[in-house]
Design a binder for this molecule. Structure first.
Ligand SMILES: C[S@@+](CC[C@H](N)C(=O)[O-])C[C@H]1O[C@@H](n2cnc3c(N)ncnc32)[C@H](O)[C@@H]1O
Length: 313
């Protein structure tokens, strides 16, 4: 981004003070304004805290004060999430581009990658892939998998072409695009034959019950794609599909891991148990103690199966 504007520290400070008043009046957390100042104006947290930028004669900016005004008005009036205003977010330490075409990747989703790492410690053979991220959105999970599974090829699937374009751009920006294949289509059906059978599949599918969507905060319901949110009447449409179809696509002993919302754990465990092709089913809470993920293995795995062993080089 080019810094085309030169703004005096005093003018920027005044803008910040005014924006704070707006935030307080609209009940928008002040940390969001500070985050935006850091992202868009290149000021670090300490500089903001000490207000030292106030005395600088010139601050080169990519945005004019009018641009900042427009963006902040969009936050306060239209309830646009700050991540869409900045066009980026940090997820597992990686800077990802986001737009309203993709769900903003959430911090709690980062924990899925930790569950994969813990599983690999027990079944090292799984690390060699291939793996799939079904419903990739910004491509966050696929990037997380590519980072922790350096030997695996990752297949990132989405029905949204606009989302896939963002995901692919993020893959390129992280230098991981050569190990991630982006596939357009629905769930497993989008995967090419060479992706199969999979060592693991990870998905954060839409899981919010349709009736609940109008009750979500306006930042979510008015700005994030409903294709990423709406899980059908009971929220379980996509999760049910993933339970039913995965056994055809996973290796024996392959890993099945999904994110879900608090209260859906027992329903998903029940679906997996009744399906009959899963074992070692585990429900994981997130750091806040809410039901957040379910992990299972496709049956058929035994200590003699390749997924449990290191491949012979
Ligand atoms: C909750 S978002 C998750 C995005 C991203 N994986 C993350 O964790 O931030 C669900 C994603 O699933 C995609 N999706 C919805 N229906 C799908 C389908 N039938 N096949 C593949 N992807 C689908 C949506 O477009 C959206 O990107």
């Amino acid at each position: 981004v080019l810094n085309l504007y030169n703004v005096s520290g005093h003018d920027l400070w005044q803008w910040w003070m005014q924006a704070k008043q707006g935030a307080i009046a609209a009940a928008v957390p002040l940390v969001e304004l500070d985050w935006l100042m850091q992202e868009l104006c290149g000021l670090d947290r300490l500089t903001l805290r000490l207000e030292t930028f106030r005395h600088r004669a010139h601050i080169p900016l990519a945005y004019s004060l009018d641009d900042l005004d427009r963006l902040w008005a969009s936050r306060l009036r239209d309830r646009t999430p700050v991540q869409y205003l900045a066009g980026r977010v940090t997820w597992r330490g990686q800077a990802l581009r986001v737009s309203p075409a993709v769900l903003i990747p959430r911090p709690e989703t980062e924990e899925l990658i930790d569950h994969v790492l813990a599983a690999i410690a027990v079944k090292p053979g799984l690390a060699y892939g291939p793996w799939a991220d079904l419903g990739t959105g910004s491509g966050a999970i696929a990037l997380g998998l590519a980072t922790v599974l350096p030997q695996a090829t990752i297949y990132a699937v989405d029905t949204s072409l606009a989302a896939l374009a963002i995901a692919q751009g993020n893959g390129q920006a992280q230098g991981l695009a050569d190990r991630i294949h982006y596939c357009h289509g629905s769930w497993f059906a989008a995967l090419p034959p060479e992706a199969l059978p999979l060592s693991g599949m990870v998905s954060n599918p839409p899981y919010i019950p349709t009736d609940t969507i109008p009750t979500l905060q306006p930042e979510v319901r008015h700005h994030e794609p409903h294709l990423a949110l709406d899980g059908g009447p009971d929220g379980l449409d996509s999760l049910r599909h993933l339970v039913t179809t995965a056994p055809t696509y996973l290796k024996p002993g392959g890993l099945w891991l999904v994110e879900l919302m608090d209260g859906q754990g027992s329903a998903v465990i029940d679906l997996l148990e009744r399906n009959g092709h899963y074992s070692n089913i585990t429900l994981y809470p997130d750091l806040a103690g809410r039901e957040r993920a379910v992990l299972a293995y496709r049956t058929g795995g035994s200590p003699a199966d390749p997924v449990d062993q290191m491949p012979i080089e």
